[in-house]
Design a protein around this ligand. Structure first.
Ligand code: TXA
Ligand code: MG
Length: 317
C-alpha cells in the first residue's frame, strides 16, 4: 500500500483536503490526522476498518481505542447516562485534551476491546474537528507503532507506519505533544492517565478526584486501563531518569565514553512539545543512553513524569 501524504495548513484549512481524507475513511481506510495532543490513526466505527488500525500498529487487541467526536449530539448516541461531574468537565475542557471513560451504549466491541465502557474525547484541533464532522465519530489511538513514543509530527507517523496506512494528513508539529488526560467516571472519578488538563484543573471544576496508583509508576495487579500494563517506549538506548544525581550520573557516563543524549526540560510547558521528538532523535543518532532530568510532579509535570517513568529502565534519586 502506498501511503498518501496530504499536506494541510492548520491556519488556512483547505476543504478539498478534508474531503479527500474523509472519503478514504468512509470507504473503510485508515488515515493519520493531527490533534492538539499527538497524531491519531483514525477509522470510522466499522469493524473491518478498525481491524486495520490494530494490524498497522501491531497493537494488542485487548487495548481499547478512544472515540473522537465533534459534537455533543455524537456523544448521546455512543454512551449511556453522563454523570453530572463528567458533564461539567466537558463544558469546561471540550473541545480539548481530555478523555472521559463512560458507559458504552453503541460502540462496537472491537473499539472497546470488549469492555462495557468507552473512552470519548472531543479534540480541539480544527482539522480533526472538520474531518469528524464529515465522517461521524472516529476511533483513533496514537499513530505510532505499538511500543514507540506517540507521534508529534507527521514524519514520526511516516517513520513508523509508511506503507501500512492509507494516508497521513501533515499539519506540522502538534501543539501539546503529550496524549490527553484520561479520567474514568465508571465509579468515583479517577484519573487513569495524566495530561495537559491537570488534576488541579479538574479539581477546580468538580472537587477532589483520585489519581490511579499506576499514574505515579506503582505496579498494579489489575490495570484500570489496559494501556497501563504496556511499556510505552522501549528504545534501544537505556533511558535513565534522575534528579539529584543527574550531574553525578552524567559525569560517570562521560568518563565511560558512553554515547549519551541528555534531555533537560528547562521549561516544562515549552519542553513537553518536543519530548517525544527528542526520544526519537536520540534513537536515530544511535545513543546508548538517554539521560533525562526529572521534573516536579505537579500540573503538566505529573504527566511528563508519568511518561518518563514508563520509558525509563533506571530511575535514580
Ligand atoms: O491524546 C490522545 O488521547 C491521543 C489522540 C490521538 O487523541 N490518543 C491516544 O490514544 O493517546 P491511545 O490509544 O494511544 O491511548 C488511549 C488510552 C490507552 O491507554 C487505553 O488503554 C485507554 O486510553 N482506554 C481506552 N479506552 C478505555 C476504556 N474504556 N477504559 C479504560 N481505559 C481506556
Ligand atoms: Mg498510544
Amino acid at each position: 500500500m502506498k501511503t498518501k501524504i496530504i499536506k494541510i495548513n492548520l491556519n488556512e484549512i483547505d476543504r478539498k483536503k478534508i474531503e479527500q481524507a474523509a472519503k478514504i475513511l468512509k470507504k473503510g481506510g485508515i488515515v493519520a490526522f493531527p490533534t492538539e495532543t499527538v497524531y491519531g490513526l483514525g477509522a470510522i466505527l466499522d469493524e473491518e476498518a478498525i481491524k486495520k488500525i490494530f494490524e498497522a500498529k501491531g497493537r494488542p487487541a485487548d487495548n481499547p481505542l478512544i472515540v473522537h467526536i465533534a459534537s455533543l449530539e455524537n456523544l448521546e448516541e455512543l454512551v449511556e447516562d453522563v454523570p453530572e461531574k463528567a458533564r461539567k468537565l466537558m463544558e469546561a475542557f471540550w473541545a480539548g485534551p481530555l478523555t472521559l471513560v463512560l458507559k458504552n451504549k453503541s460502540v462496537p466491541e472491537i473499539v472497546t476491546a470488549g469492555l462495557d465502557s468507552v473512552a470519548v474525547r472531543m479534540p480541539s484541533n480544527k482539522i480533526a474537528l472538520e474531518l469528524i464532522k464529515k465522517t461521524g465519530p472516529i476511533a483513533a489511538p496514537s499513530a505510532n507503532s505499538s511500543g514507540k513514543p506517540s507521534p508529534t509530527r507527521a514524519e514520526h507517523v511516516i517513520d513508523d507506519l509508511n506503507g501500512k496506512i492509507d494516508a497521513v494528513m501533515d499539519a506540522g508539529p502538534v501543539e501539546i505533544g503529550l496524549e490527553s488526560t484520561v479520567i474514568s467516571f465508571l465509579d468515583e472519578p479517577v484519573i487513569l492517565r495524566p495530561g495537559k488538563i491537570s488534576k488541579e484543573d479538574i479539581e477546580r471544576i468538580i472537587g477532589p478526584v483520585k489519581l490511579h496508583p499506576a499514574v505515579l509508576g506503582e505496579k498494579v495487579d489489575k490495570p484500570a486501563s489496559p494501556g497501563m500494563k504496556y511499556r510505552h517506549y522501549s528504545p534501544k538506548a537505556q533511558v535513565i531518569l534522575a534528579n539529584k544525581k543527574f550531574g553525578e550520573i552524567l559525569n560517570k557516563l562521560n568518563s565511560e565514553k558512553k554515547k549519551i543524549e541528555v534531555i533537560y526540560l528547562e521549561n516544562v510547558e515549552e519542553g513537553t512539545r518536543e519530548l517525544f521528538h527528542k526520544f526519537r532523535e536520540a534513537d536515530k543518532k544511535g545513543a546508548e543512553v538517554i539521560l533525562v532530568k526529572a521534573v516536579e510532579e505537579k500540573g503538566l509535570g505529573l504527566a511528563v513524569m508519568n511518561r518518563l517513568k514508563k520509558a525509563a529502565s533506571r530511575i535514580e534519586e
